[in-house]
Design a binder for this molecule. Structure first.
Ligand code: COI
Length: 354
């Protein structure tokens, strides 16, 4: 438990929820009635408040807009059949947020502002947490440098905010993925492990080209040889090879340490799989495919949850999968959703009650 937070709360007069339904809403387009905002100035966090969701008034010179000192997190809250709201592993996102902050030379956010602020905000907007299957409340904490100065240096002032967005399923259909061999997401010593905004901006050209060629996302490969597999677009990636579950290891600091990735590894072990984190090359993967032992390929992420991959293309080699016949990824998704949506016991202590 975190210490209670003494903050100003200003509530909306009329909820926007009266004008909308929470069923099948697209990811990230609608926001709840309230948001949390805090300022970092003169070495301390202040002005922590919850107030009606509203535009920000910023000077055009604000440093984040120019140099990208900006980080974020993605977390989800769920409502069980009795109407109780719980957040999935928010403490892990809190830790990762401050790892990103450190890498981007930004101040750490204290636990009581991040955790208790988030809990209070969700409690206030709990009517916005959808209870339908595969629906949730997506939580977006973020921080950006706010000095109105265009000198290239770490800012002295920062804004930390949390906004909330009710959401339906992110990717619904099984995906087609293109193995990227020209563009690079991350190199050792870089920022691949951090959840900074620039990682996503930098990914958009390769993704747009893949889309033009009929693919949904790219599978990133290493910066030097474009040979070792990293992660897919907005997700970590898993391969079921024989009776092992293989996922690229985090060792080189080029891959985001996904909370869903970690949860998937735990649940796959519960399901009896040997889970192996290792450096895996596209050649290894194609060998497994040729040998007929590459059974399933899927992505894991907060927004995406578990997303099945029905086609993987590397140069002219295309791996097709009949996802209707798969057992592992669907069972993993079901088990995770059952825990999140309160249908299965939370044996790993992942749910944080609001
Ligand atoms: C998430 O899965 O939460 C992400 O942050 C990925 C994407 C929506 C940016």
């Amino acid at each position: 438990m975190t210490a209670a937070l003494d903050i100003n709360i200003t509530k909306v007069e009329t909820s926007k929820l009266l004008d909308m339904t929470l069923e099948n809403i697209p990811f990230g387009r609608y926001f709840t009635d309230h948001m949390l905002e805090a300022d970092y100035e003169n070495g301390e966090w202040k002005n922590v408040e919850i107030k009606p969701y509203q535009p920000l008034l910023l000077e055009p010179s604000v440093a984040a807009l120019h140099y990208g000192q900006a980080i974020f997190e993605g977390i989800k809250a769920y409502k069980d059949k009795d109407g109780n709201v719980a957040i999935f592993r928010p403490q892990d996102n809190f830790k990762r947020f401050n790892i990103s902050a450190e890498r981007m030379q930004m101040p750490v956010v204290p636990e009581e502002i991040f955790m208790e602020g988030m809990r209070m905000l969700i409690d206030l907007d709990k009517n916005w947490v959808p209870s339908m299957k595969d629906h949730s409340l997506y939580i977006r904490p973020f921080m950006f440098s706010s000095d109105p100065v265009i000198g290239v240096k770490p800012s002295e002032s920062y804004k930390f905010m949390i906004i909330l967005s009710p959401t339906g399923p992110y990717y619904t259909a099984p995906m087609k993925i293109y193995v990227e061999e020209k563009y690079t997401r991350a190199a050792p010593g870089g920022v691949g492990f951090s959840k900074n905004a620039g990682n996503y901006g930098a990914s958009m050209l390769a993704t747009a080209l893949a889309k033009k060629a009929g693919y949904d996302q790219v599978l990133w490969t290493d910066a030097f040889e474009h040979k070792y597999l990293q992660e897919v677009g907005t997700m970590n990636v898993f391969f079921i090879i024989g009776n092992t579950a293989v996922t690229p290891s985090l060792e080189e600091g080029t891959i985001l340490a996904g909370v869903t990735r970690d949860s998937a590894m735990t649940v796959l072990k519960d399901m009896g799989f040997e889970v192996i984190e290792k450096k895996i090359s596209i050649e290894d993967l194609m060998d497994a495919h040729r040998a007929g032992i590459l059974y399933e390929v899927f992505g894991t992420g907060t927004a995406a949850t578990i997303s099945l991959i029905k086609e993987l293309r590397y140069k002219d080699y295309v791996m097709h999968f009949d996802t209707d016949k798969w057992k592992t990824a669907p069972e993993l998704k079901q088990r995770l959703n059952d825990i999140r949506e309160g249908r299965a016991a939370d044996t790993h202590g992942w749910m944080y009650q609001v």
